[in-house]
Design a binder for this molecule. Structure first.
Ligand code: ZN
Ligand code: ZN
Length: 364
């Protein structure tokens, strides 16, 4: 690569010199000369910068793609939020207008009580955590001079970055304990709203699975009744017979609504359920989605030197969950986990208690 660049530059310079010696009168326009100087500078900086590696070249080449994706995600942020609200509301309407009357008509009072209790608890958990996840700031490092320990400097914000802080290209600022930017929330997931994000994912997955399991028999009935209906319409075209349709317009709408609800809740339940399990694994390990990649690289790097990497923010499975959920005493499992709670996570997101490992093993 180095040889290619230097050879290419040398060749271009020689050609330029020859052109100049043969036709000394010719001078390219200022714009072309400036462009040539810029290209030369870019090539030289890529070639001579000691920090340049394949990652830098990859980032530079794909920068326009990242830029476009970031802009689109930023512009469509509210569209995704509206989509979540509209789809969830449509399922709620079907539940209240179709599912609940059927539960009242067919189930035993004990089952009706359980359905009413669980369904509404699940609904409150979804609404509360979604609202808090979208409205709570993930946390930003201070931009004024301070004495907070930092591990690096953000190249875009030009401010010191505390441990676990990362820059979000969509929000265009640094985020404390950044996990990822969530387009469905139109917000970054960071130190102060990660619990709301996870609890929303969990509650939404549980709600979808609840609808999918509860409405399974209704779905099968609706699907089986729609099939003969479709056959009836297709055969009526060929036989020119006009028997009265077996179902009214309202019946058909009810059947289609049940099929829509079951397909949507089953799909979201499986997809979001998988995501929730993955995040639960990360929380158990005491790492964020970004730290997962960093820690994986560090593990490989140190393994080559015969060393074992240990995540300094991993306090043990149970303690990681206690720290994440803000559980400090037994009653908090009820008041802070099973019930909606607006408490802040422990710590300020700027400094972290680290286990006493060597300094060079701290991820940045
Ligand atoms: Zn930044
Ligand atoms: Zn963001």
């Amino acid at each position: 690569m180095r040889w290619c660049h230097s050879s290419l530059l040398h060749l271009l310079c020689c050609l330029r010199l020859r052109v100049c010696t043969r036709k000394c009168r010719f001078r390219p326009p200022v714009l072309l000369r400036e462009l040539w100087a810029y290209v030369k500078l870019v090539l030289q900086s890529l070639q001579y910068n000691s920090l340049t590696n394949s990652d830098v070249v990859f980032d530079s080449v794909f920068e326009p793609v990242f830029w476009t994706v970031d802009r689109i995600t930023r512009w469509f942020g509210m569209v995704f939020v509206c989509l979540v609200v509209v789809l969830t509301s449509s399922i709620l309407v079907i539940c209240y207008m179709i599912l609940l009357p059927m539960v009242f008509a067919t189930y035993h009072p004990a089952w009706i009580t359980w359905h009413l209790f669980y369904g509404h608890w699940n609904l409150v958990m979804i609404i509360f955590h979604y609202y808090k996840a979208t409205k709570t700031s993930p946390g930003y490092p201070p931009i004024v001079k301070n004495d907070i320990p930092f591990v690096s400097v953000c190249k875009k914000c030009i401010i010191p970055k505390p441990a676990r802080t990362h820059h979000c290209g969509i929000c265009n600022r640094c985020i404390l304990k950044m996990d990822h930017h969530c387009p469905w929330l139109n917000n970054c997931v960071g130190h102060f709203n990660q619990r709301y994000f996870f609890c929303f994912c969990l509650a939404m997955s549980m709600g979808c699975m609840y609808c999918s399991i509860s409405g399974r028999n209704l779905f099968l009935d609706a699907y089986n009744t729609l099939e003969p209906l479709l056959m009836f319409f297709s055969s009526s075209k060929t036989n020119y017979q006009t028997p009265s349709p077996p179902y009214t317009f309202r019946d058909r709408m009810v059947h289609k609504s049940i099929i829509y609800m079951w397909v949507l809740t089953s799909t979201v339940g499986v997809a979001l359920g998988g995501l929730t399990v993955w995040h639960a694994v990360l929380i158990s390990r005491g790492e964020t989605s970004i730290e997962r990649h960093i820690n994986f690289k560090e593990t490989k790097r140190l393994a080559k030197r015969g060393k074992v990497y240990k995540n300094p923010f991993n306090y043990g499975k149970l303690n990681n969950w206690k720290v994440f959920l803000g559980v400090q005493k037994r009653s908090h499992w009820l008041t802070r986990v099973l019930l909606p709670s607006g408490h802040n996570p422990p710590g300020d997101g700027l400094t972290w208690d680290v286990l006493p490992f060597k300094r060079d093993t701290v991820p940045v």
